[in-house]
Design a protein around this ligand. Sequence first.
Ligand code: NAD
Length: 377
Amino acid sequence: MRIAILAETRPGETRVAATPDSVKALIKAGAQVSVETGAGAHADFPDSAYEAAGATLAARKAALKDADALFAVRRPDDSVISALKPGAVLVGLLEPHGASDFAAVCAKAGVNALAMEYTPRITRAQSMDALSSQSNLAGYRAVVEASALYGRAFPMMMTAAGTIAAARVFVMGVGVAGLQAIATARRLGAIVTATDVRPAAKEQVASLGAKFVAVEDEEFKAAETAGGYAREMSETYKAKQAELVASHILKQDVIITTALIPGRPAPRLLTKAMVDTMKPSSVIIDIAAANGGNCELTRSGEVIVHNGVKIAGYGDLPARLPADSSSLLARNLVHLYPLLRAEDGALAPHWDDDIIKGMALTRDGEVVHPALKGDGS
Ligand code: NAD
């Protein structure tokens, strides 16, 4: 099976879908790997390292020629899809929500598209879960960015000249990114509180040495879906939550928001009126910016200042750690590889496997994912 790795072309995208180490692992597992010249340049993986790992370096077109699979970080252009041979597999973060047009292009080209966002949340798939691997780094980087924007120190410092108070950090949404944000803020010495609508989050927050703040009513007790995600909460719950948040944020210096609901816009947790009550030196990092933002004032890709409060809508946090985010994503793909091939190493996606079934947007010229079939968006 021949795997192609291209340089990513989205503006600001620094990651790459294979590293020299992952190339070695794929070759050991029987694959041949073609890497576009310069593909790892932004992530500090030079061409020579890919070559030493056993990859063939090639120009873009040549890397794609005869590829059985294209491993990508982000959704490639239509021209790339049409350059793949029918039956080839495309795997990556394909932004599948509402991606009917993209799925139609793949189906027409006979390309079997597998979206990593739809990796099922089952134990066996954990090593392949790119949303988790990237969110973890996003949570870490969000706190690092916050500390850079915040004009003060995070830890309490007792010096001969006087004492500096510890920063108060509030993390909203305690999934993979939120948990890492809590851990990172704690390592930096901040006093950390966190909120979520899923009861399971409470114990996790406590285990990291932070305090859990939430409306814990009957609805809260049933807010987690079987898939491990949050449900969209009722208007009544949202009103109670907003009241609690409004009083809590008065004393916070940094807020990291990460709240998401699969297939829905990010829940609005911070209104302009709430931000108006925050201390002028405070910072909000909205990790949900690309999904519409948890803060009403967030602008995706920008840092704005509102009454002295800095609000950052970075949509590229994993790409700000390109070597690590590429390494983890590449390892996710190495773990997925055995589900794409037959015993003899030939391309043969395991269509009956729940992981492949869950990820498949298209198969043999048809759009097959239930979320996309008949979706005209
Ligand atoms: P996510 O990115 O979908 O959402 C981030 C967080 O926002 C979640 O914790 C969610 O509960 C929270 N949220 C949603 N609406 C909210 C609201 N109105 N107010 C406050 N918080 C709100 O979540 P995620 O990072 O993908 O993780 C969700 C859960 O799945 C976690 O418990 C995680 O550990 C688990 N998980 C399991 C597996 C696996 O078993 N393979 C893999 C990854 C994650």
